[in-house]
Write a protein that binds this ligand. Structure first.
Ligand SMILES: Nc1ncnc2c1ncn2[C@@H]1O[C@H](COP(=O)(O)OP(=O)(O)OP(=O)(O)O)[C@@H](O)[C@H]1O
Length: 364
């Protein structure tokens, strides 16, 4: 019987293929391949200097491609020696500083990118884009009279008004204070999703990436470390760097014995690692579940820990613990408990380890 015919997968709106880039002797990107599907949001994250902005600038055409190729909707738009200029790529750009024209009002800022359309259509499109971001009440205002959040929304409307297939945003929220940033990025997420554009966002903030992204691309020293859903990067990190990048971790070390690794708070099974291998153990603070030990004699309490300090951090409590391994060596660990859980300094707790939030990697 013939196999059922499947609908062809849509072409990715943006694909970067084997892209490498040097600034003089400095290698900023090393063989990076990444694609963004229509309607998808991909966040580029990584520590400062890892090459995020360079990748975005290459996609935008603001940097000349040296190695690899870039395609939009399956058409190559850049390869070494032959590149379409930024304005002919069908890309919308939003930068950290919004880059609005100070001498143009809000409506004219948004109309700017629509010069090829008849006037009536230009106005209608610009207004529609401003409506999408809730700024249609400010058409006659000038950028200096707008707050940072309002300017950011106008910049987004300007980038979206020509209905580009690809939107590129470089640290779009970093100029906003914490409160405003949360509101604006929530609104932006919904606007971007409605736009249907393939969107690539550069951010150095892992939490922001987890909030916005359908997929996250984690870069380190110009190389892709891992690409996947926020859940995959958080729960199945590719290495110790990826595990530490998306949240605090406790670091321990150990050795594999009979497919297990012993820690002062319990055993972890590691069938994939070689017998005798030295390993790094990374445990998220929320993986340590605490139970108060009864007052008095605590001998025999499993995985006993001494409470050194505890602090309420709002929705969670952070408990500083001292645990002792089999050799009597003390280790300082952080545990995070939901809600209000503040055992007294000097008291004892029993610790249970949630293995899904603990990661073991062979030491390299
Ligand atoms: N124009 C340039 N000339 C020389 N080196 C550069 C240039 N632009 C970037 N670099 C270097 O290339 C590397 C990657 O820079 P890039 O700006 O892409 O990193 P990034 O991840 O965006 O960093 P940040 O988060 O700090 O903005 C860094 O080491 C940086 O110093």
């Amino acid at each position: 019987m013939a196999a059922p015919r499947r609908a062809p997968l849509p072409l990715p709106s943006l694909s970067l293929n084997h892209v490498s880039h040097h600034y003089g002797a400095k290698q900023a990107l090393n063989d990076v391949s990444l694609s963004v599907a229509p309607g998808e949001i991909v966040c580029l994250v990584g520590p400062s200097g890892c090459g995020k902005s360079t990748l975005l600038r290459l996609a935008a055409g603001l940097e000349t491609l040296q190695q690899g190729s870039i395609a939009i909707a399956g058409q190559t738009i850049a390869q070494p020696g032959a590149s379409l200029p930024p304005e002919r790529r069908g890309i919308g750009l939003v930068f950290q500083d919004y880059a609005l024209f100070p001498h143009l009002n809000v409506l004219d800022n948004v109309r700017f990118g629509l010069s090829r359309l008849p006037t009536a259509e230009r106005d209608a499109r610009a207004l529609a884009a401003l409506q999408q971001v809730g700024m249609d009440g400010f058409t006659r205002s000038y950028p200096h009279a707008l707050s940072g959040g309002q300017q950011q929304r106008v910049a987004l409307a300007r980038a979206m008004a020509p209905r580009p297939a690809v939107l590129l945003l470089d640290e779009p929220f970093s100029g906003l204070d914490t409160r405003l940033r949360e509101t604006v990025r929530d609104e932006t997420l919904h606007v971007l999703k409605r736009s249907g554009a393939a969107t690539m966002i550069v951010t150095h903030d892992p939490e922001e990436a987890m909030f916005l992204a359908d997929r996250i691309a984690l870069l380190r020293d110009g190389k892709l470390v891992q690409v996947g859903s926020p859940t995959a990067l958080y729960t199945k990190p590719a290495d110790a760097f990826a595990a530490s990048f998306f949240g605090e971790v406790n670091h321990l070390s150990g050795k594999v014995h009979q497919a297990r690794v012993d820690t002062p708070v319990g055993c972890l099974t590691v069938p994939h690692l070689d017998e005798g291998a030295a390993v790094d153990i990374l445990i998220r603070p929320e993986a340590l579940r605490l139970t108060l030990a009864a007052d008095g004699d605590v001998t025999g309490v499993p995985n006993l820990a001494l409470v050194e300090a505890s602090r309420l951090l709002g929705r969670t409590s952070l408990v500083h613990l001292c645990v002792t391994d089999r050799d009597g060596v003390p280790h300082h660990l952080h545990a995070r408990a939901p809600g209000h859980f503040l055992p007294e300094d000097g008291s004892h707790v029993s610790v249970t380890l949630e293995p899904r939030q603990a990661f073991v990697f062979a030491r390299t």
